[in-house]
Ligand binder design. Structure first.
Ligand code: HEM
Length: 355
């Protein structure tokens, strides 16, 4: 059956909502200590703003609050071994701890109410180093700086009368930020699939791969699902995606190809709102295989901070300022939720599937 697309205006509003809840910002290492920059943005201010929009849910992540712990392995093809000394790119298999989530800041949001789905990975190397990466469905961000992102979070504050962001405020924000054109084109055409397992996830930022001779190759990474996608058919279950994923795993593992897109010299590597030309070369670096799932409360991913700056040698952060801002905001969210303590699973029946 053909899936009828949402009108572009609805798509934009929904993505804007999630973008706000999903992201946030800060700026560089100074964020962890407090304030930085002329606007005096801080990780604390960002997380406060998420809480203003999504509410305070003690013990939960302040963004992507609802999720499922999953695990499996990464089978590297070795195709990227010449570009990076990281063990993760040498041929072989490494264990993966991961988390599937939706973008909302509330753990009570119905799965399909969020157009942004996410997959966060922690790949453990045998030398103890880890590669952590938290990926989302959009290939680019609406804006390219922490300050603009902070503004976006503010623009998305729910209107008390409707419980939703004000469409006029959203439109005004995007009009003020023409760099959001690439994101808006994607949002208008994206059609959600029926499963976390058939969703493509993007790392969005550029990272530098460092080869044995010291040469540097900027890349962006994405996980391309290996199972065929079907259109989303709402079934009324608020935990529809979690239930579907757990049922799917009982039959077969979920698999994604890790794709590395290689930048050419003039491609923007410090601005995540800018797409790279579609013809850029890609490498198939390996396959992520997920074979187990468990509820996040008490699960192995509960107390993990998927900080995107936790990288093994052979992979380095680019100069993208949002990447550094994320690191500090995640730490602030982690501090708050672990200080509060984990919610009890029995008291949170709406939290999600119990695989
Ligand atoms: C400045 C921009 C951003 C800010 C401030 C921000 C903030 C946050 C915060 C506070 C959390 C909760 C962390 C925790 O308690 O462990 C979070 C989770 C997450 N963010 Fe972001 N985010 C930003 C951008 C992004 C981007 C660009 C992506 C995708 C590339 C992304 C993907 C995720 C994912 C997947 C999670 C859930 C990770 C998990 O499962 O634990 N975020 N974000």
């Amino acid at each position: 059956m053909k899936h009828s697309p949402l009108p572009a205006s609805s798509q934009l509003l929904r993505f804007g909502v999630i973008g706000v809840v999903v992201t946030g910002l800060a700026a560089g290492f100074a964020w962890t200590a407090g304030w930085v920059g002329p606007q005096r943005l801080s990780a604390q201010a960002f997380v406060d703003r998420f809480e203003e929009n999504g509410g305070v849910h003690p013990g939960y992540r302040r963004a992507h609050a609802k999720g499922l712990c999953v695990s499996g392995w990464f089978e590297s093809s070795g195709a990227a071994a010449g570009l990076s000394t990281a063990e993760v790119f040498q041929p072989g298999r490494l264990p993966v701890l991961a988390r599937l989530s939706i973008g909302s800041g509330s753990p009570h949001t119905p799965d399909i109410a969020s157009p942004v789905r996410s997959l966060a990975l922690l790949i453990e190397q045998s030398n103890g180093e880890q590669w952590r990466t938290a990926m989302n469905t959009p290939p680019v961000l609406p804006v390219g700086t922490p300050e603009a992102f902070f503004e976006q979070v503010g623009a998305m504050r729910p209107d008390p009368a409707t419980g939703k962001p004000d469409p006029a405020t959203m439109q005004a924000f995007f009009a003020k930020h023409p760099e959001s054109a690439s994101f808006l084109r994607w949002a208008a055409s994206n059609q959600p699939s029926s499963s976390f397992a058939t969703t493509r996830y993007h790392g969005i930022h550029a990272f530098n791969l460092i080869a044995a001779d010291g040469s540097i190759q900027p890349v962006r990474w994405a996980l391309q699902p290996l199972a065929e996608a079907e259109p989303l058919q709402p079934d009324g279950d608020p935990n529809q995606l979690q239930q579907e994923f757990s049922a799917r795993l009982a039959q077969q593992p979920a698999r994604w190809q890790l794709l590395l897109t290689l930048a050419e010299p003039d491609d923007p590597v410090a601005d995540s709102s800018q797409a790279w030309p579609a013809e850029r070369a890609q490498l198939e670096a390996g396959v992520v295989v997920i074979e187990r799932a468990e509820a996040q409360l008490g699960g192995a991913c509960q107390d993990v901070n998927f900080d995107p700056l936790v990288l093994p040698s052979g992979i380095q952060a680019s100069a993208d300022p949002i990447l550094r801002a994320r690191s500090s905001a995640y730490a602030e969210s982690f501090r708050r939720r672990t200080r509060e303590g984990a919610p009890q699973a029995a008291a949170q029946p709406e939290q999600g599937a119990k695989p």
